[in-house]
Design a protein around this ligand. Sequence first.
Ligand code: XLS
Ligand code: NI
Ligand code: NI
Length: 438
Amino acid sequence: MASAAFPQIKKIEYEGPKSKNPLAFKYYNPDEVVEGKTMKEHLRFSVVYWHTFRGRGVDPFGAGTMIRPWDDGTDSLKNAQRRVRVAFEFMQKLQAPFYAFHDRDVAPEGKNLRETNKNLDAVVKVLKEEQQRTGIKLLWGTACLFAHPRYVHGAATSCNADVFAYAAAQVKKCLEVTHELGGAGYVFWGGREGYSTLYNTDMKRELEHLAKFLHMAVDYKKKIGFQGQFYIEPKPKEPTKHQYDSDAAACLNFLREYGLKDHLKLNLETNHATLAGHTMQHELEVAGAAGALGSIDANTGDELLGWDTDQFPTSVYLTTQIMLTILKYGGFTTGGVNFDAKVRRESFEPIDLFHAHIGGMDAFARGLKIAAAIRKDGRLAEFVKQRYSSWDSGIGAKIEKGEVGFEELEAYMLKKGEAAPNTSGRQEYLENLINEFI
Ligand code: XLS
Ligand code: NI
Ligand code: NI
């Protein structure tokens, strides 16, 4: 490649917890083995193209602030291709094994679909070269079905059938490109699949259209032999008042209702969980219990701001809870820890991109190690096991096996007279136990 975009920055290495070097990992040691796998294999870190390479630092009150010397600010193809080289220099120096993109992050929109597709092909060529040069892989691709004005009323749920058709054509192309780049997955985030007012909305029809759209995608995926995993990314609102994929449970219900459950897993994002009034651990648990835990968009919100601030995750409690649940369900297969996060508008220098990702990677490495230590200690799991032990034998086992109904249970209780006493839930004890490991 031509001249480096980050000439002062060398490859970020693991230096251990005592290091005071801000450009080193204190906890993320890619080759260190935890529970039989390396950290690199467990965490499968991924950098997002949109925030990291296209984020300009705009907010509803102000213009962009980001200093990006390699970017000439135009929508030219040349600029887009140069940006790819920079992105791969960044990811290589960061030791990030994966990345994720929207079609429109990487290549500019043309004056019609044909020209737009041509632009995408021209950038994909460079992406492919850089993937081969660095060994960095695509975690997932996705189509941006929300930014262009044509998607004002949604994409697959638009009242305008032509917009549905355009979205279908766009996803078709994006699937082909993701396939060509060897993507491990493909994400559907319904940015504007929802409503702003029910006065103008035929919800039933819109949901049926969304399902139809996803079935078409499944069919096309099979047709081209794309083996990657499909995911739905839940989010309750923003930009719309209500989005149909509002949380993990709503997504699962939708997938089951429309016969899509076998074809899509969930890509869960912390800040979206918060907006839905849940914790990330709750969302992971809902997905995990349904066999649909796919991948995560790692970020965090601000307790005092009620919107999707997409901050880099630094809370060790958060990453510990996430990794406890991920490990409980067997770890990532096709998914990974994708930093769908952006540096603050006030953090406008290129080096801030490194600080942000290093912090997130270290926070997850700590979460992984702490979660593994809690699992090795075994007291937490043992407590939960004990708490449900009344189901392991006697009447509990009979209920679970389906051997008894209301009549048998009435006879059992009439004979016994009163239920066995309850034991304490010991929340405070368990919170203290977790703190032993933090
Ligand atoms: C927006 C979403 C988006 C998806 C990909 O809030 O998180 O970035 O991850 O379309
Ligand atoms: Ni996301
Ligand atoms: Ni988001």
